[in-house]
Write a protein that binds this ligand. Structure first.
Ligand SMILES: *Cc1c(COP(=O)(O)O)cnc(C)c1O
Ligand code: SF4
Length: 337
């Protein structure tokens, strides 16, 4: 090869889509034909946590509807700048549970790795919106400290790749990490917590499918979908590909005021998930993180909703209503069938 002509690595189509996500509030409002009255609040709140939303997701929103349940999840609002007491930067006690850089070991038998701070989308209610990823970046030393920690503890059987969103990493970097984990004999399961297949279905590449399909690990992919409108044909096709790789597909949602806080919406979500081949796993109570108070559904309303949902769906379509509690040995289940 002639020096200086090394090819620039080609971006895959999902990476191009990821890079083309909308980050300017004015553009989002424009595309959806919404009025300029939303702009000052959006700009102020985006300073605290930037706007980020892929165009494939915007395409599933209703134009001219400021209350669209998908838009509500991503549009920065002035409400975020007011944080009532009780809403914290680290709402779930992740920082004290950090066992090694990027390793959160809270629960028996499984550890969660924050493998990247990047996400395809910025969800306004995100409990990690203030997370210090720079401090918790296990990739800085090629995962060495994280791998050493896991290798030294035989009680760990499952690794959960989280973040951020682990599918923001390239297939090459994911493969490096998974191959290194496969060398640790006591590990049996690999779990991936991701919202990317919903935001950018093209992320489920042939390489990723082969990586999971050929792994010695039983793999579980936990999607994050809060509303049935998030599931379109491309998302269903992405799920089919993941299932083709042998992965078990589960979903976690967050109970969000103004998005999915009624029994009809939650029932339609469970049914749409099942139709797509995904089993509802958790319905999380909002983590009380600074800037997200306007999404909160109080516990008695949540329990009422949950009873209504349980009364109309088969048990396997009712997710566990759960609360992440700092210092507890597992997620606190407020209700399940
Ligand atoms: C939610 C969570 C897990 C996984 O819990 P499951 O009940 O097994 O789904 C593991 N570690 C941390 C830190 C978590 O927050
Ligand atoms: S995808 Fe998950 S980690 Fe990323 S912003 Fe949304 S809720 Fe937070």
């Amino acid at each position: 090869m002639i020096p200086g002509t090394a090819p620039i690595p080609k971006l895959s189509s999902w990476q191009t889509e990821q890079a083309a996500a909308v980050t300017d509030p004015a553009e989002l409002l424009n595309v959806l034909e919404l009025g300029a009255e939303w702009l000052p609040g959006a700009r102020a709140a985006a300073k605290l946590f930037p706007l980020r939303v892929p165009t494939a997701y915007i395409a599933r929103m209703r134009p001219r509807d400021p209350n669209d349940p998908l838009l509500r999840q991503v549009l920065p609002l002035l409400d975020e700048t007011r944080s009532p007491p009780g809403y914290l930067a680290d709402a779930v006690g992740d920082q004290p549970a950090m066992a090694a850089p990027g390793v959160i070991h809270k629960y028996a038998g499984r550890v969660l790795l924050t493998v990247t701070g990047a996400c395809a989308v910025h969800c306004r209610y995100c409990f990690r919106r203030h997370f210090n990823y720079a401090e918790a970046n296990p990739a800085a030393d090629h995962w060495r400290a994280a791998l050493d920690y896991i290798a030294a503890d035989c009680t760990i059987e499952e690794v959960i790749l989280s973040g951020g969103d682990p599918l923001s990493l390239s297939d090459r970097r994911l493969a490096d990490l998974i191959f290194a984990l496969e060398k640790i004999p006591h590990l049996r399961r690999l779990r991936i917590h991701t919202r990317t297949p919903v935001m950018i279905p093209a992320r489920i590449t042939d390489e990723l499918v082969a990586l999971l399909g050929n792994s010695r690990f039983a793999s579980v992919v936990v999607l994050h979908i809060n509303h049935a409108n998030e599931i379109d044909a491309a998302v269903r096709a992405a799920v089919v590909r993941l299932r083709g790789a042998g992965a078990t597909l589960l979903n976690q949602s967050v109970l969000l005021r103004g998005v999915n806080d009624d029994a009809d919406t939650l029932a339609r979500l469970s049914e749409a998930l099942f139709d797509a081949g995904v089993i509802p796993y958790y319905l999380h109570m909002l983590d009380k993180v600074q800037g997200a108070a306007h999404f909160d559904v109080d516990e008695s309303s949540a329990r009422r909703l949950y009873a209504a949902l349980s009364a109309r769906l088969p048990g396997y379509l009712v997710p566990r209503l759960a609360q992440e509690t700092a210092g507890a040995p597992h997620k606190l289940v407020l209700g399940h069938t």
